[in-house]
Design a binder for this molecule. Structure first.
Ligand SMILES: NC(=O)c1ccc[n+]([C@@H]2O[C@H](COP(=O)([O-])OP(=O)(O)OC[C@H]3O[C@@H](n4cnc5c(N)ncnc54)[C@H](O)[C@@H]3O)[C@@H](O)[C@H]2O)c1
Length: 330
């Protein structure tokens, strides 16, 4: 097993939602952590508690000379930086997302062919899967059809990233672990208005008392949600335990429909609003849940314990107060 105690550990996208929790965990364990981020979506506040312990390299990974300087001395790389917004952005910006993420991928690949790292973990996405597969998706589900249509550009960018890094891995003999998270949320989410993801979007709408709450699609579409801190724990475990360069889903089989999610947020906040459905908007596949068998095989039983969605949503009320300078209390 490759040890990474002494090496320099880099986290691209380390100021973002998932990346900043990962940085916390790595710093807590005593690793020397390099954070690479352009703060296009991540924030310095997410790194506040570790600012004097990390090596912060601010810049744009779309720029090759920055990428080479920032990553050229890194032996262990967690790659999370990407343009990743909610469906409100993805559905109308396929080409933009594809080009942006492809540039980052190509710059990393080119850097690593010149300065070969010891190990890489790529954060891909469950959006690489298509719209028509089984409700419960396993990592071995064949990737042969178009990715999720509402996230076509994003899904292709992630697929291309996976494939290019698999080729690099073979050629340079570097293990590359690939992780496909499902839906991740948390109170370090940086609000991007109408482009935001489902949980922050719905929490804001309910606490703002936007009546009626409009849900995209039928409201029956079901998803599973994992807190970003749990996701970060799994990234660290995978990096430590996977020397074969395998593919891991990060998600669960416990799903909740969009309507149930809005009702849960209303119940937890004691706010009652009407719900309306905008069926002209995309809702993606009907059920999207994950088997995550490979993850379960490397994570101890007790460490698989996830933060309950109810508790996570209550934490999102703190996020709301902080992001929008509000004083919501139940
Ligand atoms: N949040 C989810 O539900 C989810 C689900 C599946 C996959 N993912 C993937 O996980 C990774 C992390 O997602 P997140 O939710 O933490 O998103 P995030 O937007 O909070 O984090 C991404 C970080 O990358 C940085 N970044 C973006 N473009 C950059 C560039 N050109 N140069 C340098 N830094 C750049 C952003 O500033 C941000 O801090 C992403 O690759 C995303 O595609 C997220």
């Amino acid at each position: 097993m490759i040890k990474f105690n002494k090496e320099v550990v880099a986290v691209t996208g380390g100021a973002g939602l998932i990346g900043s929790y990962l940085v916390d965990l790595l710093v807590e364990e005593g690793y020397k952590v390099i954070v690479i981020d352009d703060f296009s979506k991540g924030s310095i506040q997410n790194l506040n508690k570790n600012l004097n312990k990390i090596d912060l390299r601010e810049g744009d990974l779309e720029d090759f000379s920055f990428t080479y300087k920032a990553l050229g001395d890194c032996e262990i790389v967690f790659h999370l930086a990407s343009r990743a917004y909610g469906i409100g952005y993805s559905q109308n910006n396929h080409t933009n997302i594809l080009i942006h993420n492809e540039k980052i991928t190509n710059n990393l690949i080119l850097t690593f062919t010149k300065k070969i790292p010891k190990k890489i973990l790529l954060v891909s996405s469950s959006c690489v899967y298509d719209d028509n597969g089984p409700d419960v998706i396993s990592e071995s589900y064949p990737i042969i059809h178009e990715p999720e249509l509402a996230n076509l550009g994003y899904g292709w960018a992630k697929r291309m990233m996976e494939k290019k890094f698999q080729i690099l891995s073979k050629e340079l003999n570097v293990p590359v672990s690939i992780v496909r998270p499902f839906n991740i949320y948390g109170e370090r989410y940086n609000w991007v208005g109408e482009y935001s993801q489902a949980i922050p979007m719905l929490v804001k709408k309910v606490l703002d008392k936007n009546n009626p709450i409009i849900i995209w699609g039928s409201g029956n579409q079901k998803r599973n949600y994992i807190h970003a801190k749990d996701c970060a724990r799994f990234l660290k475990t995978i990096m430590k335990n996977d020397d074969l360069g395998q593919i891991y889903n990060i998600g669960t089989e416990d799903v909740i429909s969009m309507s149930e999610l809005v009702n849960l947020i209303m119940k937890l906040s004691d706010i009652k609003l009407d719900i309306k459905f905008d069926k002209s908007k995309p809702e993606g596949r009907f059920v999207k849940s994950s088997q995550s068998a490979l993850l379960k095989s490397i994570v101890d039983e007790e460490k698989l314990n996830l933060l309950k969605l109810e508790l996570g949503i209550i934490k999102m009320f703190d996020w709301y107060n902080l992001q929008f300078n509000k004083k919501f209390t139940k």
